[in-house]
Ligand binder design. Structure first.
Ligand code: EPU
Length: 343
């Protein structure tokens, strides 16, 4: 009988599996195409002695070096309408589906509500991990439940909204449950009584430019795509991982101190009295926007995005990130937290 690890590929380059285009190799690698395949794999005990990492579209991960473990590459397909309820369409997608294709497919079918999240890179399965959000909406607003496989026990577990503990670019899968589960599918609740969410200034401005007062969901999707294409680099052309830092949330006293010095500081008051600041503004203020730093740099149209100028390695990215964090701390005494996951 062949050894169970025979089903894994060895020494696989991950360069084409991460949107930053960083070179790193995985000692072991396996595509996961169905949860049943994964469950059968977990039953063969040996693989669990390897450390493992669940990889989706690779759009939110920084590969800091070779990985001496097993990469589980999620490729579980499937999109379906599960149910029609009085007030909502219940739609499910396999974790390996491309996020943007899924969003457009829901719109094509008249199931509205995900349009603000158009063109976010990555897969459906990765979306809840960091509670992807853009233009006034986040996945938590449309989430019903997800199915995940416990990588220790091989059991299938359902996570509802509360179990996911969604926060700003955050969920239980980035904290207590990190590394423990492989999300196999996600189910969304899309409201029949759809209302456009167009309060985000950039989106409102783009719709105004297009002279659209009452946009359809598709028009919102098109406008969001146009804004993203204009402000964010296409990973196919310029390696990047989207926003590199979270927008920092500070207490009222810190905000008051900063606002006294910088009245123009963009800020977004939160329900609990804290204030979210625009990290891009802080970084730009420190002179980083458009600056190169060896083989990496800060994107010229969005200071929150670090880019691969060609041939960068994980350590180059980390050096730049640390230099930016240091500048922002020295100028504002505000800490910037990394947004992507490091491997
Ligand atoms: N700004 C600058 N300089 C810049 C860019 C922006 O000063 O170079 C200031 C402007 O005042 C602007 C404010 O920052 O009004 C906010 O900028 P923007 O609307 O571009 O959004 P962001 O806060 O930088 C967040 C998300 C993005 C998301 C956009 C739109 C995070 C970490 N990032 O960026 O998400 O697309 O809002 O909703 O919350 C991602 O997570 O990868 C991502 C791209």
């Amino acid at each position: 009988m062949s050894h169970p690890t025979a089903v894994f590929s060895r020494n696989v380059s991950l360069r084409s599996f991460n949107t930053f285009g960083l070179p790193a190799r995985a000692a072991w690698f396996i595509p996961i195409k169905a949860s049943a395949q994964l469950i059968a794999l977990i039953a063969t005990l040996e693989w669990r002695y390897l450390q493992h990492f669940v990889l989706g579209g690779g759009s939110n991960v920084i590969l800091t070096g070779d990985f001496d473990g097993l990469v589980l590459h999620v490729r579980i397909p499937g999109r379906e309408l599960l149910a029609e309820e009085g007030d909502a369409w219940i739609v499910r997608a396999g974790a390996g589906e491309n996020w943007h294709d899924f969003v457009r497919w829901t719109l094509d079918n008249g199931w509205l509500g995900l349009e603000n999240l158009s063109l976010i890179p990555g897969t459906v399965g990765a979306a809840p991990v960091q509670n992807i959000g853009a233009y006034g909406l986040e996945i938590a607003d449309r989430f019903q439940e997800l199915e995940a496989v416990d990588l220790d026990s091989g059991e299938t577990v359902i996570f509802d909204q509360a179990a996911c503990q969604f926060g700003y670019r955050d969920s239980v899968f980035k904290r207590e449950a990190a590394g423990r589960y492989l999300i196999s599918s996600v189910t969304f609740r899309l409201p029949k009584c759809w209302q456009p969410e167009i309060r985000y200034a950039d989106l409102a401005g783009e719709l105004e430019r297009r002279e659209i007062a009452k946009p359809t969901a598709r028009q919102i999707s098109d406008a969001v795509m146009a804004i993203r294409m204009c402000k964010l680099p296409d990973p196919e052309r310029l390696g990047n991982a989207g926003s590199f830092f979270k927008n920092p949330v500070v207490n009222a006293a810190t905000f008051a101190r900063l606002a006294a010095h910088y009245p123009q500081l963009p800020h977004y008051p939160q329900a609990n009295g804290t204030v979210k600041l625009a990290a891009a503004w802080l970084i730009e203020c420190c002179g980083w926007k458009g600056r190169d730093f060896g083989l990496v740099g800060v994107y010229e149209k969005q200071a929150l995005v670090l880019v691969n100028r060609g041939g960068a390695r994980g350590e180059d990215v980390l050096h730049l990130a640390q230099a930016i964090q240091k500048s922002v701390w020295e100028a504002f005494e505000v800490e910037l937290e990394l947004e992507p996951v490091l491997l």
